[in-house]
Ligand binder design. Structure first.
Ligand SMILES: NC(=O)c1ccc[n+]([C@@H]2O[C@H](COP(=O)([O-])OP(=O)(O)OC[C@H]3O[C@@H](n4cnc5c(N)ncnc54)[C@H](OP(=O)(O)O)[C@@H]3O)[C@@H](O)[C@H]2O)c1
Length: 252
């Protein structure tokens, strides 16, 4: 999956990938580094990030950040600015769901889901856009959203609410950027089932997670890294807005 060799290299670009300690984020960080980008990989589990940096042939820099805390996000961007000049590509991937129904779920968990999936994504975007504008960079903002931005699976009302919000802030940002005459692109990628740590966190049960991923061949993190590569290496006049990526056998 590629456009052209000339468009392919991300050398001299700094990419920040949130939630790079596992699953999709980890694979996206590896892919962007393999395309030549200097990648800042952020998450709470620093040991995982350090391992990723050590085993990668490309340039990956671990950065610990709890995205629920806005001051940690601010410190993260200051660090990236000081060490790498600023973010050219932002992949807002960090996110999670918990099975916490609207009739009986824990409001504190809803708050954390909203904090990471929506508020942190929006705060990171704002910092990155300010940085890109200050340096005159035609950057790229990518959100890893979900098919749950397009339908509401049973019991997932609040998780879906966070992803519907991502859909809204993607379109809202696109309009603001166009009104401002900015060349910055914004893309949302909406995956179906991807085999990661997500399902175990969602169900709180490894057997339920295994059953989710055994039903039929589900997506692997590299499939989403392919979609990221495709959108980020597209010619400057092409903006992919929302890419829905399903396992072929996923019906909804
Ligand atoms: N897997 C799927 O089927 C699927 C489908 C559609 C959409 N998605 C979306 O894909 C994205 C990535 O999920 P995944 O499937 O790769 O799941 P995952 O393996 O559980 O990865 C989630 C990542 O988010 C990070 N994260 C969570 N809370 C954080 C916090 N407070 N601060 C910083 N980082 C935090 C985690 O890092 P730490 O725990 O180390 O902080 C981890 O690196 C999410 O936005 C998810 O909603 C997944």
């Amino acid at each position: 999956m590629s456009h052209s060799l000339a468009a392919h290299s991300l050398a001299d670009r700094c990419a920040l990938v949130t939630g790079a300690s596992s699953g999709i984020g980890r694979e996206v960080a590896r892919r962007l580094a393999s395309l030549g980008a200097r990648v800042v990989a952020c998450a709470r589990r620093y040991d995982r990030l350090a391992e990723l940096a050590a085993e990668s042939e490309g340039s990956i820099h671990p950065a610990r950040c709890d995205l629920r805390d806005l001051s940690e996000i601010e410190a993260l961007f200051s660090e990236v600015r000081a060490e790498h000049g600023g973010v050219d590509i932002l992949v807002n991937n960090a996110g999670f769901g918990h099975k916490q129904p609207l009739m009986s779920g824990e409001p504190a968990v809803w708050r954390d889901m909203l904090a990471v999936n929506v508020l942190a994504l929006s705060a990171c975007t704002r910092h990155a856009v300010v940085d890109m504008q200050a340096r005159g960079v035609a950057g790229h903002i990518l959100h890893i959203s979900s098919l749950s931005a397009h339908r509401v699976p049973g019991g997932s009302g609040m998780y879906s609410a966070t992803k519907f919000a991502v859909r809204s802030v993607t379109e809202g940002l696109r309009q603001e950027l166009r009104d401002a005459g900015s060349p910055i692109r914004v893309t949302s990628i909406s995956p179906g089932f991807v085999e990661t740590e997500f399902a175990e966190n969602y169900h709180g049960d490894p057997d339920a997670a295994a059953a989710t991923y055994r039903r039929y061949p589900v997506l692997q993190p590299r499939d989403i890294a392919d979609a990221v590569e495709f959108t980020v290496t597209a010619p400057a006049h092409v903006e992919y807005h929302d890419l829905l990526v399903r396992p072929t056998q996923q019906s909804s």
